[in-house]
Design a protein around this ligand. Structure first.
Ligand code: B12
Ligand code: SF4
Length: 522
Protein backbone atom coordinates (compact mmCIF):
# COMPACT_ATOMS: atom_id res chain seq x y z
CA UNK A 1 0.00 0.00 0.00
CA UNK A 2 1.25 3.49 -0.85
CA UNK A 3 1.47 6.18 1.80
CA UNK A 4 2.43 9.85 1.53
CA UNK A 5 3.59 11.86 4.53
CA UNK A 6 3.70 15.64 4.42
CA UNK A 7 5.57 17.91 6.79
CA UNK A 8 4.51 21.55 6.61
CA UNK A 9 7.03 24.34 7.22
CA UNK A 10 9.72 22.11 8.61
CA UNK A 11 12.22 20.05 6.59
CA UNK A 12 13.51 18.39 9.68
CA UNK A 13 10.16 17.42 11.21
CA UNK A 14 11.11 14.62 13.63
CA UNK A 15 7.60 13.17 13.56
CA UNK A 16 7.49 12.66 9.78
CA UNK A 17 10.98 11.18 9.60
CA UNK A 18 10.08 8.81 12.41
CA UNK A 19 6.70 7.78 11.00
CA UNK A 20 8.30 7.26 7.59
CA UNK A 21 10.83 4.77 9.00
CA UNK A 22 8.22 2.93 11.08
CA UNK A 23 5.80 2.54 8.15
CA UNK A 24 8.55 1.51 5.78
CA UNK A 25 9.68 -1.10 8.30
CA UNK A 26 6.13 -2.46 8.23
CA UNK A 27 6.34 -3.01 4.48
CA UNK A 28 4.51 0.09 3.19
CA UNK A 29 5.62 2.03 0.14
CA UNK A 30 6.17 5.40 1.81
CA UNK A 31 7.16 8.75 0.34
CA UNK A 32 7.66 11.88 2.46
CA UNK A 33 7.14 15.39 1.15
CA UNK A 34 9.07 17.93 3.18
CA UNK A 35 7.44 21.20 2.37
CA UNK A 36 9.56 24.28 2.99
CA UNK A 37 12.53 24.59 5.28
CA UNK A 38 11.16 27.10 7.72
CA UNK A 39 7.88 28.85 8.50
CA UNK A 40 7.83 31.12 5.46
CA UNK A 41 4.65 31.53 3.47
CA UNK A 42 4.23 29.10 0.59
CA UNK A 43 3.64 30.39 -2.91
CA UNK A 44 0.62 29.07 -4.86
CA UNK A 45 3.11 27.41 -7.21
CA UNK A 46 4.74 25.54 -4.32
CA UNK A 47 1.35 24.33 -3.08
CA UNK A 48 0.41 23.10 -6.56
CA UNK A 49 3.80 21.42 -6.94
CA UNK A 50 3.30 19.63 -3.60
CA UNK A 51 -0.19 18.46 -4.56
CA UNK A 52 0.98 17.30 -7.98
CA UNK A 53 3.94 15.34 -6.60
CA UNK A 54 1.85 13.73 -3.85
CA UNK A 55 -0.89 12.71 -6.26
CA UNK A 56 1.65 11.25 -8.69
CA UNK A 57 2.64 8.82 -5.92
CA UNK A 58 -1.03 7.64 -5.89
CA UNK A 59 -1.23 7.16 -2.11
CA UNK A 60 -4.12 5.44 -0.36
CA UNK A 61 -3.23 7.09 2.93
CA UNK A 62 -1.88 10.61 3.38
CA UNK A 63 -0.54 11.85 6.72
CA UNK A 64 0.00 15.57 7.30
CA UNK A 65 2.00 16.90 10.25
CA UNK A 66 1.33 20.45 11.36
CA UNK A 67 1.77 23.05 14.08
CA UNK A 68 -0.94 25.69 14.57
CA UNK A 69 0.66 28.24 12.23
CA UNK A 70 0.09 25.93 9.28
CA UNK A 71 -3.57 25.15 9.98
CA UNK A 72 -4.85 27.24 7.04
CA UNK A 73 -2.13 25.88 4.78
CA UNK A 74 -3.11 22.34 5.80
CA UNK A 75 -6.77 23.12 4.95
CA UNK A 76 -5.77 24.38 1.49
CA UNK A 77 -3.46 21.45 0.78
CA UNK A 78 -6.07 18.93 2.00
CA UNK A 79 -8.79 20.51 -0.16
CA UNK A 80 -6.57 20.35 -3.26
CA UNK A 81 -5.47 16.79 -2.51
CA UNK A 82 -9.11 15.68 -2.30
CA UNK A 83 -9.60 16.88 -5.89
CA UNK A 84 -6.75 14.70 -7.15
CA UNK A 85 -6.40 11.70 -4.82
CA UNK A 86 -8.79 9.14 -3.47
CA UNK A 87 -6.95 8.69 -0.17
CA UNK A 88 -7.75 8.71 3.54
CA UNK A 89 -6.26 11.92 4.91
CA UNK A 90 -4.94 11.90 8.48
CA UNK A 91 -3.65 14.94 10.35
CA UNK A 92 -1.30 14.79 13.32
CA UNK A 93 1.02 17.02 15.33
CA UNK A 94 0.55 19.55 18.08
CA UNK A 95 -2.32 21.47 16.47
CA UNK A 96 -4.56 18.44 15.80
CA UNK A 97 -3.69 17.25 19.31
CA UNK A 98 -4.99 20.50 20.83
CA UNK A 99 -7.84 21.21 18.40
CA UNK A 100 -9.04 17.81 17.12
CA UNK A 101 -12.66 18.89 16.52
CA UNK A 102 -11.65 21.76 14.22
CA UNK A 103 -9.19 19.58 12.35
CA UNK A 104 -11.71 16.82 11.84
CA UNK A 105 -13.77 19.22 9.72
CA UNK A 106 -11.02 18.86 7.09
CA UNK A 107 -9.27 15.56 7.72
CA UNK A 108 -10.83 12.09 7.77
CA UNK A 109 -8.73 11.06 10.74
CA UNK A 110 -7.00 13.11 13.44
CA UNK A 111 -4.24 11.83 15.70
CA UNK A 112 -4.47 13.17 19.25
CA UNK A 113 -1.08 12.87 20.94
CA UNK A 114 1.67 10.46 20.04
CA UNK A 115 1.33 8.93 16.61
CA UNK A 116 3.78 6.04 16.28
CA UNK A 117 1.45 3.22 17.29
CA UNK A 118 -1.68 4.89 15.95
CA UNK A 119 -0.40 5.57 12.42
CA UNK A 120 1.01 2.08 11.96
CA UNK A 121 -2.25 0.52 13.20
CA UNK A 122 -4.27 2.75 10.87
CA UNK A 123 -2.12 1.83 7.87
CA UNK A 124 -2.38 -1.87 8.69
CA UNK A 125 -6.17 -1.63 9.04
CA UNK A 126 -6.46 0.14 5.67
CA UNK A 127 -4.16 -2.42 4.07
CA UNK A 128 -6.46 -5.17 5.31
CA UNK A 129 -9.62 -3.32 4.28
CA UNK A 130 -9.27 -0.13 2.21
CA UNK A 131 -12.85 0.83 3.02
CA UNK A 132 -12.41 0.54 6.80
CA UNK A 133 -13.34 3.63 8.80
CA UNK A 134 -14.36 4.59 12.34
CA UNK A 135 -11.78 2.14 13.65
CA UNK A 136 -11.22 1.50 17.37
CA UNK A 137 -7.60 2.72 17.29
CA UNK A 138 -6.42 4.56 20.38
CA UNK A 139 -5.32 8.19 19.85
CA UNK A 140 -7.31 8.46 16.61
CA UNK A 141 -10.51 10.41 16.04
CA UNK A 142 -12.56 9.65 12.96
CA UNK A 143 -15.07 11.73 11.06
CA UNK A 144 -18.21 9.71 10.33
CA UNK A 145 -20.09 12.26 8.24
CA UNK A 146 -22.74 12.92 10.87
CA UNK A 147 -20.43 12.83 13.90
CA UNK A 148 -17.09 11.80 15.31
CA UNK A 149 -15.58 8.68 16.83
CA UNK A 150 -13.27 9.77 19.64
CA UNK A 151 -11.04 6.92 20.71
CA UNK A 152 -9.27 7.17 24.04
CA UNK A 153 -5.62 8.16 24.53
CA UNK A 154 -3.10 5.36 24.88
CA UNK A 155 -0.35 5.43 27.54
CA UNK A 156 2.72 7.47 26.68
CA UNK A 157 5.51 5.64 24.96
CA UNK A 158 7.96 4.99 27.79
CA UNK A 159 10.75 3.15 25.98
CA UNK A 160 12.07 5.73 23.51
CA UNK A 161 14.87 3.31 22.63
CA UNK A 162 12.26 1.22 20.83
CA UNK A 163 12.04 3.94 18.15
CA UNK A 164 14.12 3.62 14.97
CA UNK A 165 16.71 6.12 13.75
CA UNK A 166 15.51 7.83 10.59
CA UNK A 167 17.55 8.44 7.47
CA UNK A 168 16.76 12.07 6.67
CA UNK A 169 18.20 11.99 3.18
CA UNK A 170 16.67 8.73 1.95
CA UNK A 171 15.69 8.90 -1.74
CA UNK A 172 12.02 8.47 -0.78
CA UNK A 173 11.99 12.00 0.58
CA UNK A 174 11.06 14.93 -1.59
CA UNK A 175 12.07 18.45 -0.52
CA UNK A 176 10.13 21.43 -1.81
CA UNK A 177 11.17 25.03 -1.32
CA UNK A 178 12.07 28.16 -3.29
CA UNK A 179 9.48 27.19 -5.94
CA UNK A 180 11.18 23.96 -6.85
CA UNK A 181 11.93 20.45 -5.84
CA UNK A 182 15.37 20.29 -4.28
CA UNK A 183 17.67 17.36 -4.71
CA UNK A 184 19.40 16.75 -1.42
CA UNK A 185 19.58 12.98 -1.52
CA UNK A 186 22.98 12.78 -3.08
CA UNK A 187 24.29 15.77 -1.12
CA UNK A 188 25.12 14.35 2.31
CA UNK A 189 28.30 16.44 2.03
CA UNK A 190 26.25 19.63 2.46
CA UNK A 191 24.96 18.69 5.90
CA UNK A 192 26.82 20.54 8.63
CA UNK A 193 24.37 20.42 11.53
CA UNK A 194 22.60 17.30 12.70
CA UNK A 195 19.52 17.90 14.80
CA UNK A 196 17.92 15.35 17.08
CA UNK A 197 16.17 14.91 20.45
CA UNK A 198 17.20 12.81 23.43
CA UNK A 199 14.01 13.27 25.45
CA UNK A 200 10.28 13.95 25.33
CA UNK A 201 8.47 16.25 27.75
CA UNK A 202 9.64 19.23 29.74
CA UNK A 203 10.08 19.57 33.51
CA UNK A 204 8.42 23.02 33.37
CA UNK A 205 4.98 24.17 32.31
CA UNK A 206 5.16 27.77 31.14
CA UNK A 207 1.81 29.44 30.57
CA UNK A 208 2.42 30.24 26.87
CA UNK A 209 3.69 26.78 25.93
CA UNK A 210 2.00 23.55 24.81
CA UNK A 211 3.71 21.48 27.50
CA UNK A 212 1.16 22.39 30.12
CA UNK A 213 -1.67 21.20 27.84
CA UNK A 214 0.18 17.98 27.00
CA UNK A 215 0.84 17.25 30.66
CA UNK A 216 -2.90 17.53 31.34
CA UNK A 217 -3.77 15.44 28.28
CA UNK A 218 -1.49 12.65 29.44
CA UNK A 219 -2.46 12.71 33.12
CA UNK A 220 -2.33 9.09 34.40
CA UNK A 221 -0.80 7.93 31.11
CA UNK A 222 2.71 7.27 32.44
CA UNK A 223 5.76 9.36 33.14
CA UNK A 224 5.66 12.58 31.10
CA UNK A 225 9.41 13.15 30.97
CA UNK A 226 11.24 10.38 29.19
CA UNK A 227 14.75 10.07 27.90
CA UNK A 228 16.50 7.74 25.50
CA UNK A 229 19.43 5.75 26.84
CA UNK A 230 22.89 7.19 26.25
CA UNK A 231 23.75 4.12 24.17
CA UNK A 232 20.76 4.75 21.85
CA UNK A 233 21.66 8.42 21.36
CA UNK A 234 25.32 7.58 20.74
CA UNK A 235 24.28 5.00 18.13
CA UNK A 236 22.38 7.70 16.26
CA UNK A 237 25.21 10.21 16.48
CA UNK A 238 27.80 7.70 15.24
CA UNK A 239 25.54 6.95 12.30
CA UNK A 240 25.15 10.68 11.58
CA UNK A 241 28.90 11.21 11.71
CA UNK A 242 29.45 8.39 9.23
CA UNK A 243 26.59 9.49 6.96
CA UNK A 244 27.57 13.15 6.73
CA UNK A 245 31.27 13.64 5.98
CA UNK A 246 31.26 17.39 6.66
CA UNK A 247 29.28 17.39 9.87
CA UNK A 248 30.27 20.35 12.05
CA UNK A 249 27.91 20.28 15.00
CA UNK A 250 25.17 18.38 16.77
CA UNK A 251 22.05 20.29 17.87
CA UNK A 252 19.75 18.88 20.53
CA UNK A 253 16.21 20.28 20.20
CA UNK A 254 15.04 18.84 23.54
CA UNK A 255 12.76 21.33 25.35
CA UNK A 256 15.43 21.46 28.05
CA UNK A 257 18.60 19.40 27.70
CA UNK A 258 20.37 20.18 30.98
CA UNK A 259 18.43 17.88 33.32
CA UNK A 260 19.40 14.58 34.98
CA UNK A 261 23.07 14.86 35.97
CA UNK A 262 23.59 11.09 36.05
CA UNK A 263 22.46 10.80 32.42
CA UNK A 264 24.52 13.84 31.41
CA UNK A 265 27.61 12.45 33.11
CA UNK A 266 27.41 9.17 31.19
CA UNK A 267 26.58 11.02 27.97
CA UNK A 268 29.48 13.49 28.23
CA UNK A 269 31.94 10.80 29.09
CA UNK A 270 31.05 8.84 25.93
CA UNK A 271 30.42 11.83 23.68
CA UNK A 272 33.87 13.31 24.11
CA UNK A 273 35.45 9.93 23.37
CA UNK A 274 33.26 8.90 20.45
CA UNK A 275 31.94 12.00 18.66
CA UNK A 276 33.72 15.18 19.80
CA UNK A 277 31.74 17.61 17.63
CA UNK A 278 30.55 20.96 19.02
CA UNK A 279 27.14 20.65 20.66
CA UNK A 280 24.16 22.99 20.85
CA UNK A 281 21.32 22.72 23.37
CA UNK A 282 18.51 24.59 25.12
CA UNK A 283 18.69 25.42 28.82
CA UNK A 284 16.41 26.92 31.47
CA UNK A 285 17.82 29.35 34.08
CA UNK A 286 16.63 27.06 36.89
CA UNK A 287 18.62 24.21 35.40
CA UNK A 288 21.97 25.87 34.83
CA UNK A 289 24.17 24.65 37.67
CA UNK A 290 27.90 25.18 37.79
CA UNK A 291 28.70 21.47 38.12
CA UNK A 292 26.36 20.53 35.23
CA UNK A 293 27.73 23.18 32.90
CA UNK A 294 31.31 22.27 33.75
CA UNK A 295 30.49 18.69 32.86
CA UNK A 296 28.86 19.73 29.58
CA UNK A 297 31.71 22.05 28.68
CA UNK A 298 34.09 19.19 29.14
CA UNK A 299 31.77 17.00 27.05
CA UNK A 300 31.80 19.37 24.04
CA UNK A 301 28.93 21.80 24.59
CA UNK A 302 29.61 25.03 22.67
CA UNK A 303 26.30 26.82 22.13
CA UNK A 304 23.53 27.33 24.65
CA UNK A 305 20.14 28.92 24.03
CA UNK A 306 18.47 29.99 27.26
CA UNK A 307 14.98 31.42 27.63
CA UNK A 308 14.71 34.52 29.80
CA UNK A 309 11.58 35.88 28.09
CA UNK A 310 11.19 39.08 30.09
CA UNK A 311 13.14 41.31 32.45
CA UNK A 312 10.00 42.04 34.41
CA UNK A 313 9.35 39.62 37.28
CA UNK A 314 5.65 40.58 37.05
CA UNK A 315 5.46 39.33 33.46
CA UNK A 316 7.63 36.29 34.09
CA UNK A 317 5.67 35.11 37.10
CA UNK A 318 2.09 36.33 36.63
CA UNK A 319 1.73 35.82 32.89
CA UNK A 320 4.41 33.39 31.75
CA UNK A 321 4.37 31.10 34.79
CA UNK A 322 8.16 31.15 34.90
CA UNK A 323 9.51 31.08 38.40
CA UNK A 324 13.07 32.28 37.84
CA UNK A 325 14.16 35.26 39.90
CA UNK A 326 16.42 37.89 38.36
CA UNK A 327 19.17 36.62 40.65
CA UNK A 328 18.74 33.11 39.30
CA UNK A 329 18.84 34.36 35.70
CA UNK A 330 21.98 36.42 36.26
CA UNK A 331 23.59 33.57 38.13
CA UNK A 332 22.85 31.20 35.23
CA UNK A 333 24.20 33.77 32.76
CA UNK A 334 27.42 34.19 34.73
CA UNK A 335 27.92 30.40 34.80
CA UNK A 336 27.46 30.29 31.02
CA UNK A 337 29.98 33.10 30.67
CA UNK A 338 32.41 31.43 33.08
CA UNK A 339 32.62 28.40 30.81
CA UNK A 340 32.83 30.58 27.68
CA UNK A 341 29.81 29.11 25.91
CA UNK A 342 28.42 30.93 22.91
CA UNK A 343 25.07 32.02 24.25
CA UNK A 344 21.76 33.21 22.88
CA UNK A 345 19.04 34.52 25.17
CA UNK A 346 15.41 34.30 24.10
CA UNK A 347 13.10 37.20 24.94
CA UNK A 348 9.41 37.62 24.13
CA UNK A 349 8.04 40.89 22.83
CA UNK A 350 4.63 42.07 21.58
CA UNK A 351 2.89 40.90 24.73
CA UNK A 352 -0.51 42.59 25.26
CA UNK A 353 -0.01 42.51 29.03
CA UNK A 354 3.36 44.26 28.97
CA UNK A 355 3.63 47.92 29.99
CA UNK A 356 6.46 50.31 29.21
CA UNK A 357 7.68 49.84 32.78
CA UNK A 358 7.95 46.09 32.17
CA UNK A 359 9.92 46.82 28.99
CA UNK A 360 12.25 49.11 30.92
CA UNK A 361 12.92 46.20 33.29
CA UNK A 362 13.86 44.12 30.23
CA UNK A 363 16.25 46.84 29.06
CA UNK A 364 17.85 46.86 32.51
CA UNK A 365 18.20 43.11 32.65
CA UNK A 366 19.75 42.92 29.17
CA UNK A 367 22.41 45.43 30.20
CA UNK A 368 23.26 43.27 33.22
CA UNK A 369 23.86 40.09 31.20
CA UNK A 370 27.53 39.26 30.65
CA UNK A 371 28.47 39.99 27.03
CA UNK A 372 28.87 38.82 24.31
CA UNK A 373 25.60 37.10 23.57
CA UNK A 374 23.00 36.88 20.86
CA UNK A 375 19.59 38.30 21.51
CA UNK A 376 16.67 36.31 20.11
CA UNK A 377 13.63 38.50 20.19
CA UNK A 378 10.43 36.60 19.41
CA UNK A 379 6.90 37.95 19.23
CA UNK A 380 4.46 36.33 21.61
CA UNK A 381 2.40 33.73 19.76
CA UNK A 382 -0.98 33.03 21.35
CA UNK A 383 -1.07 29.30 20.72
CA UNK A 384 -4.34 27.45 21.25
CA UNK A 385 -4.88 25.57 24.47
CA UNK A 386 -2.23 27.33 26.53
CA UNK A 387 -3.05 28.86 29.90
CA UNK A 388 -2.02 32.30 28.66
CA UNK A 389 -4.23 32.18 25.57
CA UNK A 390 -7.24 30.99 27.56
CA UNK A 391 -6.69 33.78 30.06
CA UNK A 392 -6.16 36.46 27.42
CA UNK A 393 -9.38 35.39 25.66
CA UNK A 394 -11.29 35.39 28.95
CA UNK A 395 -9.98 38.82 29.89
CA UNK A 396 -10.51 40.28 26.43
CA UNK A 397 -6.80 41.00 25.91
CA UNK A 398 -7.01 39.18 22.57
CA UNK A 399 -9.79 38.13 20.20
CA UNK A 400 -10.43 34.69 18.71
CA UNK A 401 -8.80 35.87 15.47
CA UNK A 402 -5.57 36.49 17.39
CA UNK A 403 -5.22 32.85 18.35
CA UNK A 404 -2.51 31.16 16.31
CA UNK A 405 -4.04 29.12 13.47
CA UNK A 406 -6.37 32.01 12.67
CA UNK A 407 -3.72 34.71 13.02
CA UNK A 408 -0.70 32.87 11.45
CA UNK A 409 1.69 35.06 13.38
CA UNK A 410 4.12 32.15 13.50
CA UNK A 411 5.26 33.15 10.01
CA UNK A 412 6.72 36.27 11.59
CA UNK A 413 7.76 34.89 14.97
CA UNK A 414 11.38 34.58 14.01
CA UNK A 415 12.37 37.89 15.51
CA UNK A 416 15.35 39.18 13.59
CA UNK A 417 16.41 42.40 15.27
CA UNK A 418 15.86 45.91 13.86
CA UNK A 419 13.17 44.74 11.50
CA UNK A 420 11.65 47.65 9.60
CA UNK A 421 8.38 45.75 9.14
CA UNK A 422 7.61 46.28 12.83
CA UNK A 423 5.27 48.98 14.12
CA UNK A 424 7.04 52.11 15.40
CA UNK A 425 5.94 51.42 18.97
CA UNK A 426 7.60 47.99 18.93
CA UNK A 427 10.61 49.20 16.99
CA UNK A 428 11.45 51.65 19.80
CA UNK A 429 11.88 48.77 22.20
CA UNK A 430 13.64 46.54 19.66
CA UNK A 431 16.22 49.29 19.21
CA UNK A 432 16.58 49.83 22.96
CA UNK A 433 17.08 46.09 23.54
CA UNK A 434 19.57 46.00 20.70
CA UNK A 435 21.55 48.90 22.16
CA UNK A 436 21.38 47.29 25.62
CA UNK A 437 22.88 44.16 24.15
CA UNK A 438 25.67 46.22 22.55
CA UNK A 439 26.62 47.63 25.96
CA UNK A 440 24.94 51.07 26.03
CA UNK A 441 24.34 51.82 29.74
CA UNK A 442 20.83 51.27 31.11
CA UNK A 443 20.56 54.85 32.35
CA UNK A 444 21.07 56.28 28.84
CA UNK A 445 18.54 53.84 27.39
CA UNK A 446 15.91 54.65 29.98
CA UNK A 447 16.34 58.35 29.19
CA UNK A 448 16.05 57.57 25.46
CA UNK A 449 12.85 55.59 26.07
CA UNK A 450 11.26 58.80 27.36
CA UNK A 451 12.79 61.11 24.74
CA UNK A 452 10.18 62.28 22.22
CA UNK A 453 12.74 62.99 19.48
CA UNK A 454 14.11 59.43 19.66
CA UNK A 455 10.64 57.89 19.62
CA UNK A 456 9.44 60.09 16.74
CA UNK A 457 12.50 59.34 14.60
CA UNK A 458 12.77 55.68 15.43
CA UNK A 459 12.74 54.61 11.75
CA UNK A 460 15.66 56.85 10.89
CA UNK A 461 17.56 55.61 13.95
CA UNK A 462 16.84 51.99 12.98
CA UNK A 463 17.98 52.55 9.40
CA UNK A 464 21.20 54.12 10.63
CA UNK A 465 21.88 51.23 12.99
CA UNK A 466 21.22 48.73 10.24
CA UNK A 467 24.04 50.25 8.18
CA UNK A 468 26.53 49.44 10.93
CA UNK A 469 28.14 46.04 10.52
CA UNK A 470 27.52 45.12 14.16
CA UNK A 471 25.17 42.24 13.80
CA UNK A 472 23.15 40.10 11.44
CA UNK A 473 19.88 41.98 11.47
CA UNK A 474 17.32 39.39 10.53
CA UNK A 475 16.11 36.84 8.11
CA UNK A 476 13.36 38.65 6.33
CA UNK A 477 14.90 41.69 4.71
CA UNK A 478 17.23 41.69 1.76
CA UNK A 479 17.77 45.38 1.14
CA UNK A 480 21.10 46.53 -0.23
CA UNK A 481 22.52 47.87 2.99
CA UNK A 482 21.47 44.74 4.81
CA UNK A 483 23.34 42.65 2.24
CA UNK A 484 26.36 44.90 2.59
CA UNK A 485 26.26 44.48 6.36
CA UNK A 486 25.84 40.77 6.00
CA UNK A 487 28.82 40.65 3.67
CA UNK A 488 31.04 42.60 6.08
CA UNK A 489 29.76 40.50 8.94
CA UNK A 490 30.69 37.34 7.06
CA UNK A 491 34.17 38.63 6.23
CA UNK A 492 34.71 39.24 9.95
CA UNK A 493 33.36 35.75 10.62
CA UNK A 494 35.81 34.16 8.19
CA UNK A 495 38.66 36.19 9.71
CA UNK A 496 37.69 34.92 13.16
CA UNK A 497 37.59 31.33 11.84
CA UNK A 498 41.09 31.74 10.37
CA UNK A 499 42.37 33.19 13.65
CA UNK A 500 40.97 30.16 15.46
CA UNK A 501 42.81 27.96 13.00
CA UNK A 502 39.66 26.54 11.36
CA UNK A 503 41.04 27.32 7.92
CA UNK A 504 39.68 24.20 6.18
CA UNK A 505 36.17 24.92 7.39
CA UNK A 506 36.58 28.55 6.39
CA UNK A 507 37.69 27.73 2.84
CA UNK A 508 34.87 25.25 2.41
CA UNK A 509 32.37 27.86 3.54
CA UNK A 510 33.75 30.41 1.08
CA UNK A 511 33.71 27.83 -1.72
CA UNK A 512 30.08 27.00 -0.91
CA UNK A 513 29.19 30.70 -1.02
CA UNK A 514 30.90 31.19 -4.36
CA UNK A 515 29.28 28.10 -5.85
CA UNK A 516 25.94 29.16 -4.31
CA UNK A 517 25.30 25.71 -2.85
CA UNK A 518 22.33 25.31 -0.54
CA UNK A 519 23.06 24.94 3.16
CA UNK A 520 21.43 21.89 4.59
CA UNK A 521 20.56 21.75 8.26
CA UNK A 522 19.12 18.47 9.42
C1 B12 B 1 11.91 20.40 18.48
C2 B12 B 1 10.99 21.58 18.37
C3 B12 B 1 11.36 22.60 17.50
C4 B12 B 1 12.60 22.54 16.65
C5 B12 B 1 12.28 21.73 15.37
C6 B12 B 1 13.46 20.91 14.98
C7 B12 B 1 13.03 19.75 14.14
N1 B12 B 1 14.00 19.01 13.72
O1 B12 B 1 11.86 19.53 13.89
C8 B12 B 1 12.86 24.05 16.38
C9 B12 B 1 13.72 24.60 17.48
C10 B12 B 1 13.50 24.38 15.04
C11 B12 B 1 11.45 24.59 16.53
C12 B12 B 1 11.02 25.72 15.93
C13 B12 B 1 9.76 26.20 16.10
N2 B12 B 1 8.85 25.78 16.98
CO1 B12 B 1 9.01 24.23 17.95
N3 B12 B 1 9.04 22.68 19.10
C14 B12 B 1 9.84 21.67 19.16
C15 B12 B 1 9.39 20.72 20.28
C16 B12 B 1 10.29 21.00 21.46
C17 B12 B 1 9.40 19.24 19.96
C18 B12 B 1 8.70 18.84 18.67
C19 B12 B 1 9.16 17.47 18.24
O2 B12 B 1 9.80 17.32 17.23
N4 B12 B 1 8.85 16.43 19.03
C20 B12 B 1 9.19 15.06 18.70
C21 B12 B 1 8.16 14.51 17.70
C22 B12 B 1 8.46 13.07 17.35
O3 B12 B 1 6.91 14.56 18.36
P1 B12 B 1 5.69 15.50 17.91
O4 B12 B 1 6.12 16.57 17.02
O5 B12 B 1 4.97 15.83 19.13
O6 B12 B 1 4.85 14.50 17.03
C23 B12 B 1 4.16 13.40 17.60
C24 B12 B 1 2.65 13.57 17.52
O7 B12 B 1 2.25 14.92 17.48
C25 B12 B 1 2.25 12.80 16.33
N5 B12 B 1 2.31 13.38 15.01
C26 B12 B 1 3.01 14.42 14.54
N6 B12 B 1 2.80 14.58 13.24
C27 B12 B 1 1.96 13.61 12.84
C28 B12 B 1 1.41 13.32 11.60
C29 B12 B 1 0.54 12.25 11.51
C30 B12 B 1 -0.05 11.92 10.19
C31 B12 B 1 0.21 11.45 12.63
C32 B12 B 1 -0.73 10.33 12.53
C33 B12 B 1 0.78 11.76 13.88
C34 B12 B 1 1.64 12.83 13.96
O8 B12 B 1 3.16 11.72 16.33
C35 B12 B 1 4.46 12.20 16.72
C36 B12 B 1 5.19 11.09 17.41
O9 B12 B 1 4.55 10.69 18.58
C37 B12 B 1 7.92 21.20 20.50
C38 B12 B 1 7.44 21.12 21.94
C39 B12 B 1 6.88 19.80 22.28
N7 B12 B 1 7.17 19.38 23.48
O10 B12 B 1 6.18 19.18 21.50
C40 B12 B 1 7.97 22.65 20.03
C41 B12 B 1 6.75 23.24 19.36
C42 B12 B 1 6.21 22.24 18.36
N8 B12 B 1 7.27 24.43 18.61
C43 B12 B 1 6.49 25.37 18.59
C44 B12 B 1 6.76 26.57 17.89
C45 B12 B 1 5.76 27.69 18.08
C46 B12 B 1 7.86 26.72 17.10
C47 B12 B 1 8.25 27.95 16.28
C48 B12 B 1 7.14 28.68 15.56
C49 B12 B 1 8.99 28.85 17.26
C50 B12 B 1 9.50 30.16 16.74
N9 B12 B 1 9.19 31.17 17.47
O11 B12 B 1 10.14 30.24 15.78
C51 B12 B 1 9.26 27.36 15.29
C52 B12 B 1 8.55 26.87 14.03
C53 B12 B 1 9.27 25.71 13.39
C54 B12 B 1 8.49 25.02 12.33
N10 B12 B 1 8.70 25.39 11.09
O12 B12 B 1 7.66 24.15 12.58
C55 B12 B 1 5.23 25.12 19.38
C56 B12 B 1 4.02 24.88 18.51
C57 B12 B 1 2.76 25.35 19.19
C58 B12 B 1 1.58 25.15 18.35
N11 B12 B 1 0.43 25.05 18.97
O13 B12 B 1 1.64 25.10 17.16
C59 B12 B 1 5.67 23.91 20.27
C60 B12 B 1 4.57 22.93 20.65
C61 B12 B 1 6.31 24.51 21.53
C62 B12 B 1 5.40 25.46 22.23
N12 B12 B 1 5.80 26.70 22.34
O14 B12 B 1 4.35 25.18 22.68
N13 B12 B 1 10.70 23.76 17.31
S1 SF4 C 1 10.76 25.60 29.60
FE1 SF4 C 1 10.40 25.92 27.41
S2 SF4 C 1 9.61 23.98 26.66
FE2 SF4 C 1 9.48 23.90 28.89
S3 SF4 C 1 7.41 24.55 29.36
FE3 SF4 C 1 8.69 26.39 29.43
S4 SF4 C 1 8.63 27.23 27.34
FE4 SF4 C 1 7.81 25.15 27.24
Amino acid sequence: MKIALISLGNFRCHAVHLLHTLLERDGFDVRSFLFKAAPFRATPYEVDLLVRLVSEHEPELIGISLISTFYKLACTVTGKLRERCNATIAWGGIHPTIRPEDCLKHADVVCVGEGEGAMVELARALRANPKADALPIKNLWFSTGDGMIKNEIRPLLQDLDSLPIPNHLSPDKVFIDANRMLDFHSRADLVETYDTMTSRGCPFGCDYCANDFLRRLYRDKGSYIRRRSVAHVMGELRLARDRYPNLQEIAFSDDVFTFDDTWLEEFCERYKREIRLPLLCYAHPNMVRDSTMKLLKDGGLKYVIMGIQSGSSRIREEFFGRRSSEQKILNAASILRKYRFRVAYDFISENPYETDDDRRETVKLITKLPRPFQLHLFSLGMFPGTKLTERALREGAIRLEDVECMSEKGYELFGGSLHLGREDKLLVWDVLYFLAKRGVPARTLLVLSRTKFFVQHIRTVTKMLRYLPLDYYGFLTYSVHNRLNFFIFRVFGYARMLRRGSWRFCFRKIKQRIMKQEDTHL
